[in-house]
Write a protein of this length. Structure first.
Length: 302
């Protein structure tokens, strides 16, 4: 009954709310943590890509943390993500998708933020039934794992100041794609570190697709989970719910029937719009990250 009511409530609130589902659960004793969320998702059809604790790197690099808990968990639904990406390749920007898990110092509640189905549609630029199916599984899983949680929606999103999906294309064909793939990977991996980016996870998603009954329609499909510590730390000061966008998922793929390699990621304009990031310092580091990330991908298309 609890799960049913949560699902109905989310459907109603989606007419008026913003782009993020917010779970707020009493946790004064700290018994609920990111591992609880990870195990629940893993037991309900999701594949965990990473569960990264951020307090240690926060404290190490900046000398402090405003949080007793701050985790970036990424996961994808094994069944629905597969059918989604096969029919809409650019949906790979949500393979994996993010779950922000955080609790401020002195706060008696743990918070979880995750994108709504309508937000994923908006960012990707197309509609697909799998978005709602994945959302339903997320809400059901978190509802069962956190029965005492209060579930709300974020405030209505702000107008976006740029394209929500940053997408780049490099020509490639049957004869050259393997070499082109290697060059793209090298450029991306060599370009990220000098700009301060860290790759927290790499997923050879084509390997998973080829394990299914029908072979993958892609020559390759890789996703990189990319984060920049300064961005996450700075934004979290005012809008920790934006952690649902971190790490950023970079998709890199080539369809077997296409003569191009596609690269793309959800732009930082999503953070500023969906999570209502208004703080000047936070906006500045986000825009710098966008510029740096775009430069890496532009180089990869040359």
């Amino acid at each position: 009954m609890k799960v049913f009511l949560v699902t109905v409530l989310m459907g109603f609130l989606s007419l008026f709310g913003g782009d993020l589902h917010l779970f707020n659960v009493p946790n004064a004793e700290g018994k609920i943590n990111a591992s609880v969320i990870e195990k629940a998702l893993e037991s309900n059809g999701f594949v965990i890509a990473a569960n990264t604790e951020m307090n240690v790197p926060f404290t190490k690099q900046f000398g402090e943390s405003a949080f007793v808990a701050f985790n970036l968990l990424t996961a994808y639904h094994k069944q629905y993500s597969s059918s989604l990406v096969k029919s809409h390749p650019d949906a790979g920007i949500f393979v994996p998708m993010g779950f922000g898990i955080y609790q401020r110092n002195g706060d008696k509640e743990l918070h979880i933020s995750v994108l709504t189905a309508s937000a994923m549609k908006k960012i990707a630029g197309f509609d697909a039934p799998e978005f709602a199916l994945i959302e339903k599984e997320v809400l059901s899983t978190l509802g069962k794992a956190l029965p005492t949680a209060k579930v709300t929606m974020s405030e209505t999103s702000l107008p976006a100041n740029g394209t929500l999906l940053s997408r780049y294309v490099r020509p490639s064909d049957t004869a050259t794609w393997a070499n082109d793939k290697s060059e793209v990977e090298m450029v991306i991996e060599d370009g990220l570190k000098p700009a301060g980016f860290v790759m927290s996870n790499f997923t050879d998603y084509n390997f998973a697709l080829n394990e299914e009954k029908t072979l993958s329609p892609f020559d390759f499909y890789d996703t990189y989970s990319i984060c920049k510590l300064k961005v996450i730390y700075t934004v979290a000061k005012s809008r920790p719910e934006a952690a649902a966008f971190a790490p950023c998922t970079l998709m890199v793929y080539k369809k077997k029937d296409a003569n191009e390699i596609v690269m793309g990621f959800p732009a930082v304009y999503n953070w500023m719009s969906s999570a209502r990031v208004n703080d000047p310092e936070a906006k500045a580091v986000l825009m710098q990250a966008q510029k740096d990330f775009e430069e890496v991908l532009k180089t990869a298309t040359e």
